[in-house]
Design a protein around this ligand. Structure first.
Ligand code: ARG
Length: 578
């Protein structure tokens, strides 16, 4: 936890510091002959060390042939002369810490306001494609699907917010031998026609198939045969497949609505059925696809890459997952012409994506930036949420459980929570708790989900965020609106703290977008809530005298806006009242 917050501090440079950077840079060039060095500002961990600090003296000491302290001394001298700086000091082995004037700090508040407004889409810029969710159909969504789904959606949201031309795609797993197996199972054991089946019925059939195949291996062949017929266009099998797709999509949509998930395109693997042959031909012609064991078509990779060969077409002529992914890239490159494609997919598929990216490189295509945005596993601290072997824990059940638990929490808090619609609040809190529980953790690590933590009112959780937002909103409402900010002579320690944290917002959004790490934003919002609440507990707001009162209402209003903007990006709703 602490670790990830310090990560934010390192990356979230103050964007408005460019003039200060410029004067430091010229001093470095003139006095020490050091050019080509970027002066970056970090926020000190301890607010008593100033509003910002730069390690640049340490970074260029070697180049300059001087001690870091000597360089830092010179920078302090130059920076102290700047009108926006109240005080500059050397700290430690050669850090330069600065304190801004109250005026300068307040002037920069406008940048926070504009960071809350979505930038206009840069239409003429090549799009970035973000692909996420991608469930395999004919099964209910399992709880693990929430990872790709909300990580991907939040990355798409931040990308759009920052004005990137963003295209989102749900690459459904809607093709492959499993449909042949399902068709066989339905024919053998189905009790009703497919179009009146629920997803649970389909899952049951699928599970039954896998059980029966252990005693009757011919079922496997029957399944493969049925899929072959489906591929060849058998009308009955096509109809069956379409029904399965429709049933799945319908149920999935309810969950996507609940989670605030939208896609520009839903293009499953089946979409590429007729787009694979040209790729296969091209690979063969270019000598990239070669004959492997038993007549399969394979790709081999260089020794240093340490990857086993990948199959592109199986010995029996069947195409596979990788073949469809190759066709997918070609299609996207030629129709959407993206500058980047991000695949938000489980770390278990790392080898697949390495092989895919290496293969398209070998094919010599003009490629966008390709990135596999990995994530680890999610498990529950609560053992009752673990599943018996072969069963899936359904996402819907987890969201229902979250709703139920949120209701209990609301009732426990009694008068402290005010709402006109308890059920709606429980849904917002429950959905928020689950989503925030995922997005507040470093996606690259395995995550542990803990109900008590996720629904707590005073921890790093969605309810804490939601409650802080509602508190800030109610203060602004009671204040009867916003007055213009008059100049203020000095800031209290807590005002300064909140102000400094607010000023990080734009940098945090850019960091999240650049690194594809939603927890940077989640942890920042938590930090803002803590800072705001400590300000609220220490400084009077509505009872303060002017001009402090107006200023504090402004800070409160901006805090609410930043919390709402950030929560929206994370797909979480924050109520105005609770
Ligand atoms: N449907 C796949 C699965 O559930 C994930 C698809 C990932 N995307 C891709 N382009 N391969 O395992």
């Amino acid at each position: 936890m602490i670790l990830s917050i310090s990560f934010v501090h390192k990356l979230a440079f103050y964007t408005m510091f460019s003039t200060l950077s410029d004067s430091a840079q010229s001093a470095l060039a003139e006095t020490f002959g050091v050019v080509d060095v970027e002066v970056k500002w970090e926020r000190p961990q301890d607010p008593s060390h100033g509003d910002a600090a730069t390690p640049v003296a340490l970074q260029c000491a070697k180049k300059a042939g001087k001690s870091p302290r000597e360089i830092a001394d010179r920078l302090v001298e130059v920076l102290s002369a700047e009108s926006d700086i109240e005080k500059a000091e050397v700290a430690g082995p050669g850090y330069v810490n600065i304190w801004l004037t109250t005026d300068a700090l307040i002037r920069t508040l406008g940048t926070v306001r504009s960071a809350c407004t979505a930038k206009v889409k840069r239409e003429n810029e090549a799009p970035v494609i973000i692909e996420y969710s991608q469930p395999n159909i004919a099964k209910p969504l399992g709880v693990h699907h929430i990872l790709s789904t909300v990580i991907g959606q939040s990355l798409a949201n931040v990308s759009r917010h920052l004005g990137y031309n963003t295209v989102t795609i749900n690459h459904l797993g809607d093709w492959g031998t499993q449909f042949g197996k399902l068709a066989v199972a339905l024919e053998k054991w189905g009790e009703k026609p497919v179009d009146v089946c629920t997803l649970d019925d389909l899952l049951e059939l699928y599970v039954r198939f896998h059980k029966e195949v252990e005693n009757d291996p011919t079922l496997e062949d029957a399944g493969r045969e049925a899929f072959r017929k489906l591929e060849e266009g058998d009308p009955d099998l096509r109809k069956f497949w379409q029904s399965v797709v429709d049933i799945t999509m319908q149920e999935m949509q309810t969950l996507y609505d609940r989670l605030h998930i939208t896609f520009d395109y839903t293009q499953g693997e089946s979409f590429y059925e007729d787009k694979m042959q040209p790729v296969i031909n091209e690979g063969k012609e270019k000598g990239v696809f070669i004959e492997g064991e038993g007549g399969a078509l394979i790709v081999e990779f260089s020794e240093e890459s340490n990857m086993p060969p990948a199959i592109v077409v199986k010995a029996d002529g069947a195409t596979i997952y990788l073949t469809r992914d190759l066709a997918t890239i070609l299609y996207r490159v030629s129709t959407i012409k993206p500058q980047a494609i991000s695949y938000v997919v489980d770390v278990a598929q790392s080898l697949h994506f390495k092989q895919l990216f290496a293969t398209v490189e070998k094919l010599g295509w003009d490629l966008p930036r390709l990135e596999h945005v990995v994530f680890g596993r999610m498990s529950f601290a609560d053992k009752s949420m673990s599943t018996r072997k072969g069963n899936i824990l359904k996402l819907q059940d987890v969201l229902d459980e979250a709703h139920k638990r949120a209701l209990i929490v609301i009732n426990e808090h009694g008068e402290k929570i005010q709402t006109d619609d308890v059920d709606q609040l429980a849904e917002i809190m429950g959905q928020g708790a689950v989503v925030y529980g995922v997005l507040s953790q470093n996606r690259k690590m395995d995550m542990i989900f803990d109900w008590d933590k996720a629904l707590s009112f005073d921890g790093n959780s969605a309810p804490y965020l939601q409650y802080t937002h509602a508190r800030a909103k109610s203060i602004v409402e009671k204040a009867g609106g916003l007055e213009g900010i008059e100049s203020i002579d000095s800031l209290s320690t807590k005002e300064r703290l909140v102000l400094n944290t607010l000023l990080q917002f734009s940098g945090v959004l850019h960091d999240m977008q650049r690194s594809s790490m939603p927890h940077i934003l989640a942890n920042y919002l938590y930090e803002l809530c803590r800072d705001y609440n400590s300000f609220y507990n220490e400084d009077p707001i509505l009872k303060a005298d002017e001009p402090a009162r107006s200023f504090r209402v402004h800070l409160t209003n901006l805090t609410a806006d930043v919390l709402k903007t950030g929560a929206d990006i994370l797909t979480i709703s924050v109520p105005d009242r609770m």
